[in-house]
Design a protein around this ligand. Structure first.
Ligand code: NAD
Length: 445
């Protein structure tokens, strides 16, 4: 669907994380001249070698191709990168603070760097997820610190990619949201995105900021709703798979995001629900629906641990297999992953944890090193399961789904499985002789 850009812009992108790097690489792919900027020298060095610091399907290939074509560069030298850019996209982090609000210090730091360096008219485009009204402040902040007499405007262009499918989500996005306050900014963003051939929704800056939170929080709500219903299903003898399937035929509901499980994680849903709740409270409003989504999710994450804890006298001295560490398949990202809540609980109780994850083990090891904790990282699911007394499934990796029910029966000391992603049919686990607990479905005792 991609055509090459009729106008090739000189664009710099601040931040080479999931959002910034993928945006930069995809802009280069459609013909713009891109400089990716990061303050992390190590990241820039490995990027220059054609290696992506994050795991995303198809990303390295596009990085290497566009780097070789001279359309894509990486630097820590923001002065060179910003001074004559037509547009600067900001994709730095906006992490959660203790009170639930978004930390805007990285955004402010980039804004200041931009103000002090730009030498020509420039459109600053905020891709990071920021509370409604932030971009007004960013524009004011840049004007306050501006050194040269140039025109600067700030636009909002929230990002909707999902980790694990980031490149595809960018090149084939369902829509592009642009929030601008002038024709100049609107037209320039339209031209930058023209070659993507994706519907562009042009709104005000504040609406664009709100669209991002409203969309993410709606998805979080959908997950928590299904989890809430799943918990009730268990109590009243209904099956959440059957219920979800029945619901999915209604077009007003849709068939996606109806899976029950041990709750959402990742760098976005947890923080974006809390940030919108915070914004509402700041404005004297109680956002009851989003609050409920947060509360359900908090309880959901340890629901299986609690169940297993009741079933066993103790985890002390037991070999526990953990299949899946990342917050979802296709990524090496551990941010807010259920494993991060459950593994420490297991370790505290003296469990001997054998964890398997096809992409997340290296990142997990940085937090929980063998030797410091009783944890081992297995090369494959079988190694983790061998001799284990209990198994927890936290991520629905295809490598985990490929484990046949009889493997649990054959390899484990006691075939006791707590599945947080409902990857097995009840009947097949029953037939294999596995004691099986999942979410919103009958237990196989
Ligand atoms: P990230 O933490 O992966 O990357 C942020 C990068 O910015 C880091 O490499 C950091 O070193 C760099 N940085 C910090 N200060 C800088 C500066 N002054 N100049 C240049 N670089 C600097 O973050 P991410 O996951 O890409 O998320 C970025 C933003 O996009 C957040 O607001 C997030 O909510 C939003 N978002 C993320 C996703 C996602 O799936 N990860 C999806 C949509 C939106």
């Amino acid at each position: 669907n991609i055509s090459s850009s009729s106008t090739s812009y000189k664009i710099s992108v601040a931040g080479t994380g999931y959002v910034g790097l993928v945006a930069g690489v995809c802009f280069a792919e459609v013909g713009h001249r891109i400089t990716c900027v990061d303050i992390d020298e190590q990241k820039i060095n490995i990027l220059k070698q054609g290696i992506s610091p994050i795991y995303e399907a198809g990303l390295e290939e596009l990085m290497r191709k566009n780097y070789a074509a001279g359309k894509l560069n990486y630097t820590t030298d923001y002065i060179q990168a910003y001074k004559d850019a037509d547009a600067i996209f900001i994709g730095v982090g906006t992490p959660e603070q203790h009170d639930g609000s978004a930390n805007l210090s990285y955004i402010a730091a980039v804004a200041r760097q931009i103000a002090e360096t730009i030498e020509k008219n420039c459109l600053v485009v905020v891709k990071s997820t920021v509370p409604v009204g932030t971009n007004d402040k960013v524009e004011q902040f840049i004007h306050d610190f501006l050194v040269n007499d140039v025109k600067v405007e700030v636009a909002s262009n929230p990002e909707f990619l999902a980790q694990g499918t980031a490149v595809r989500d960018t090149l084939e996005a369902a829509r592009i949201i642009i929030g601008t306050e002038s024709k100049w900014a609107e037209e320039m963003l339209m031209k930058i995105y023209e070659p993507f051939n994706i519907p562009i929704v042009s709104v005000s800056r504040r609406s664009a900021e709100m669209i991002k939170y409203a969309s993410n929080d709606f998805l979080a709500l959908k997950i928590s709703y299904m989890n809430d219903i799943a918990n009730l299903c268990e109590l009243v003898g209904a099956d959440i798979h059957e219920v979800a399937r029945g619901m999915s035929f209604d077009e007003r509901i849709g068939g996606k995001f109806l899976n029950a499980g041990i709750g959402y994680g990742g760098s976005c849903f947890p923080k974006d629900t809390k940030a919108l709740d915070y914004l509402a409270r700041q404005n004297g409003y109680e956002l009851r629906t989003v609050k409920a989504a947060i509360a359900v999710n908090n309880d959901q994450r340890t629901i299986l641990f609690k169940k297993a804890n009741q079933r066993l006298i103790t985890f002390n001295g037991l070999k526990v297999a953990v299949l899946g560490l990342t917050f979802k398949p296709g990524t090496d990202d551990l941010r807010e992953a259920p494993s991060l809540e459950n593994v420490p609980l297991l370790l505290e109780q003296g469990a001997e944890v054998y964890a398997y994850d096809p992409a997340g083990s290296d990142n997990f090891r940085k937090l929980y090193q063998e030797g410091d904790y009783y944890i081992k990282y297995a090369e494959n699911p079988e190694e983790a399961l061998d001799g284990a007394s209990v198994c927890f499934i936290f991520t629905e990796w295809s490598e985990v789904k490929a484990v046949k029910p009889e493997v649990y029966k054959r390899l484990m000391r006691t075939p006791l499985v707590y599945d947080g992603r409902n990857i097995y049919e009840i009947e097949e686990m029953k037939a294999a002789g596995v004691e099986y607990y999942s979410i919103g479905r009958a237990a196989v005792g």
